[in-house]
Design a binder for this molecule. Structure first.
Ligand SMILES: NC(=O)c1ccc[n+]([C@@H]2O[C@H](COP(=O)([O-])OP(=O)(O)OC[C@H]3O[C@@H](n4cnc5c(N)ncnc54)[C@H](O)[C@@H]3O)[C@@H](O)[C@H]2O)c1
Length: 247
């Protein structure tokens, strides 16, 4: 079988890095999509090379912009070949209680975390259907499933991710293309580990397993969803949250 190509957005962030590494370990060709203003490609590539990962293709763009997504996928196809697996992982937060939330905080989160799924998936879904195989993996959040005070924008976007996933899964079910969502709880990324120690402890105390998720646990789940053996799972939202919340 030819090597499958996995395109990961937000590839240079906490989860994205773990997802890229899991795919690389499992033999996929990885296209790491990053935002040139937010991510330091050279530093990331150097860090990856030091960890033994030397074969990533990088493409730059903005997932909130349709034309930029088209250009990223064109670049990926030229460098690696057609995209077999898309992981819609890029995301941001702009937390505020709703009474104080500004329209630009709403718009930024909806466009980066939800409209991005339209922008990116549009570039690959018909081609996956035509080739009769594909995997679309959308990163939602526990807070998209249960809601969270201070995150009306984020929870709305992440709940939207789940609705998108279920709908597209039905549309592509006969085409060999599965569409699933992952709803992580709190993951021990650099960002989460930077939370003040006492606040982090109070968060961990609410998690039945009394620990954060390891980024590699997210990577392993993505890699499973991308595999042939996951071919009967579609439209699912996989809660991976240490027991924090059940649907
Ligand atoms: N870390 C957690 O605990 C956690 C929990 C639940 C869900 N998530 C979700 O997982 C995903 C990854 O989160 P993370 O913790 O790795 O965050 P992160 O901030 O480390 O990484 C996010 C990445 O997305 C990129 N990005 C942001 N806006 C972009 C844009 N407009 N175009 C292209 N790239 C853009 C950033 O440059 C960054 O590399 C997000 O969707 C997030 O909502 C994270």
């Amino acid at each position: 079988m030819t090597q499958r190509i996995a395109f990961v957005t937000g590839a240079m962030g906490g989860l994205g890095t773990a997802i890229c590494q899991a795919f690389a370990k499992d033999g996929y060709k990885v296209v790491a999509a990053y935002h040139p203003e937010f991510d330091n490609k050279d530093a990331w590539l150097a860090e990856m090379a030091e960890a033994g990962f030397k074969d990533f293709v990088c493409v730059a763009g903005d997932v909130a912009d349709l034309a930029s997504c088209a250009a990223m996928v064109t670049a990926a196809e030229a460098a690696a070949g057609p995209v077999d697996i898309l992981v819609n992982n890029a995301g941001i937060t702009r937390d505020k209680m709703f009474a104080k939330m500004e329209k630009d905080q709403w718009d930024a989160v909806i466009s980066t975390n939800l409209t991005s799924l339209f922008n990116m998936t549009k570039q690959v879904s018909a081609k996956m259907a035509a080739q009769g195989w594909g995997r679309i993996i959308n990163i939602s959040s526990v807070n998209g499933v249960k809601g969270q005070a201070g995150q009306a924008n984020y929870a709305a976007a992440k709940a939207g991710v789940i609705g998108f996933t279920k709908s597209l899964a039905q549309e592509l079910a006969t085409k060999g293309v599965t569409v699933n969502a992952i709803a992580p709880g709190y993951v021990a990324t650099k960002m989460v580990m930077a939370i003040r120690e006492d606040i982090l402890k109070s968060i961990v105390d609410t998690i039945p397993m009394r620990r954060l998720a390891k980024p590699e646990e997210m990577g392993a789940l993505c890699s499973y969803l991308a595999s042939d053996l996951a071919g009967y799972m579609t439209g699912a939202t996989l809660n991976i949250n240490g027991g924090l919340y059940f649907q």
